[in-house]
Design a protein around this ligand. Structure first.
Ligand code: ASP
Length: 312
């Protein structure tokens, strides 16, 4: 594609949750900012040179999947059975093509498999054994043992979650971090979104969250691209990502109005919390969250680059 001077925009997230500034050391914060910066750069080089929004969101998410800081790919959370089941999706706005996988156990970069589902199958979503078998037919896709995804820090989180869940009255609110996602507008005016996650710590075998469900955790059309993070069950019940797009399409809301109405209104109204990143066709960005923090970064249409954790 010819390179033009039109602006491009990229935003990424590494999950929303109860992240307390006191609980995060300066060193940990530095590592997280560096990981977010590397993911922004992976998407930036493609968008700068006229690459597609779809390639950029995939590249940024792969970089985040490779970082143990985040709950996707390497460093994914543990299920209640001590395993890892990974979900991912991506969607291209102008074609509304989409691909997703759920409950994947051996694919190093689930977002790559989601893209293959979109481009090399007749389907949108493949789950569990079916997704693994589809991956068997893709020799270029790297496979790993399920235990490869785990880290000692994630295992400690599993033990903590199991102890807490045994306590009466404990809910899941705020108890997730690290799902990753990206949204982009390319120089050709095309939008895309991608999301990848290990889901929620101590989740049941077979549990599928919002991330791979098109319209819940991931959405892109010609108006906007959205990647969400938060308590997945509530995002599914709100059709959160699509609700943002629908408020713009049917109600004439701006991106900021639509995303705040859903993330700060609809989701909390059902008892959930979390955040989302979104970009519209004009290059506006919105990144609302109702938790104390959301790992995030962006390059705006003026080329301004930033990474943030808290509400600063
Ligand atoms: N939304 C993800 C899920 O429920 C979790 C997260 O965003 O951290 O699977």
């Amino acid at each position: 594609m010819p390179v033009c001077d039109a602006p491009f925009v990229l935003a990424i997230h590494g999950g929303a949750g109860v992240i307390e500034p006191e609980a995060l050391s300066a060193d940990e914060a530095r590592v997280i900012h560096a990981a977010l910066g590397a993911a922004l750069e992976a998407g930036h080089v493609l968008l700068r040179d006229g690459g597609t929004a779809l390639d950029a969101v995939e590249a940024a998410v792969i970089r985040l999947e490779e970082s143990p800081c985040f709950n996707a790919g390497f460093g994914a959370v543990f299920t209640a059975e001590g395993a890892h089941e990974l979900d991912a999706a991506l969607m291209e706005g102008h074609t509304r093509r989409a691909g997703a996988v759920a409950g994947v156990r051996t694919v190093r970069n689930p977002v790559r498999l989601a893209r293959a589902v979109m481009e090399r199958s007749a389907h949108v979503l493949l789950a569990g054994e079916g997704a693994e078998r589809f991956a068997d037919g893709l020799p270029d896709l790297e496979r790993v043992a399920n235990a490869w995804f785990g880290t000692p820090a994630r295992h400690a989180q599993l033990l903590l979650a199991q102890a807490r869940e045994a306590a009466p009255g404990d809910g899941l609110k705020g108890r997730y971090f690290g799902t990753v996602g990206a949204v982009a507008l390319d120089r050709h005016g095309r939008l895309a979104a991608a999301t990848s996650t290990g889901g929620m710590t101590n989740k049941r075998f077979g549990r599928i969250g919002d991330s791979p469900l098109i319209g819940s955790g991931t959405w892109a059309d010609a108006r906007c691209a959205v990647s969400a993070t938060g308590w997945g069950e509530i995002y599914i019940r709100c059709a959160a990502a699509h609700d943002i797009a629908a408020r713009m399409a049917y109600g004439g809301a701006s991106l900021a109005e639509a995303s705040e109405a859903v993330i700060l209104g609809e989701v909390p109204a059902l008892g959930g919390d979390g955040g989302a990143i979104a970009v519209d066709a004009a290059g506006n960005l919105a990144m609302p969250f109702s938790t104390s923090g959301m790992y995030r970064g962006w390059i705006d249409r003026h080329g301004q680059r930033c990474t943030r954790i808290f509400r600063d």
